[in-house]
Design a protein around this ligand. Structure first.
Ligand SMILES: [Zn+2]
Length: 124
C-alpha cells in the first residue's frame, strides 16, 4: 500500500543520502543489506534485500532490470521456487505483467501453490 512505500522512503531518508555514502557509521544500523544475486525469475543479475514490511514471513524484494522493476517474494515462496517446485515461467509472466502495469507484486505460498498478489505500487 501507499502507506508502506511512505514508511520505506522516510526510513531511507532518515539514514542519510543513498548516494555517496561512505560506509556504516559506528553504532549505526544499516538500512538494509542489498545483495547482488541472480533474479529469482529470469536469472539475470538483480538486487535483493529484506522486505522490512513483511519480516514475519522472511520476505525479500528483488529489483530486476530484465523483469522491469521490483517484486516481493515470501520466504516460503522463495524456497519453493529455489527447489524447483513451481513453474517459474508462468510466475515470471504474471509478475512481469504486474510490474509493467505499475503494480508491486508479491509471490506467496498459498497452500503449496504459487499466488501473486498486489501489495503496492512500483516506486519511481
Ligand atoms: Zn528478472
Amino acid at each position: 500500500m501507499a502507506h508502506s512505500e511512505l514508511l520505506l522512503a522516510i526510513g531511507c531518508n532518515a539514514q542519510g543520502p543513498l548516494s555517496g555514502g561512505s560506509g556504516i557509521r559506528p553504532g549505526g544500523q544499516t538500512v538494509s543489506t542489498t545483495e547482488a544475486v541472480p533474479c529469482l525469475l529470469c536469472a539475470v543479475l538483480a538486487r535483493r534485500w529484506l522486505d522490512r514490511q513483511d519480516r514475519l514471513r522472511d520476505s525479500r524484494i528483488y529489483r530486476c532490470a530484465a523483469c522491469g522493476g521490483r517484486f516481493a517474494v515470501t520466504g516460503d515462496a522463495l524456497g519453493a521456487i529455489e527447489q524447483g517446485r513451481w513453474d517459474v515461467a508462468e510466475l515470471k509472466a504474471v509478475v512481469r505483467q504486474n510490474i509493467a502495469s505499475g503494480v508491486l507484486p508479491r509471490i506467496e505460498d498459498a497452500d503449496g501453490r504459487p499466488s501473486v498478489i498486489a501489495i503496492g505500487r512500483q516506486a519511481s
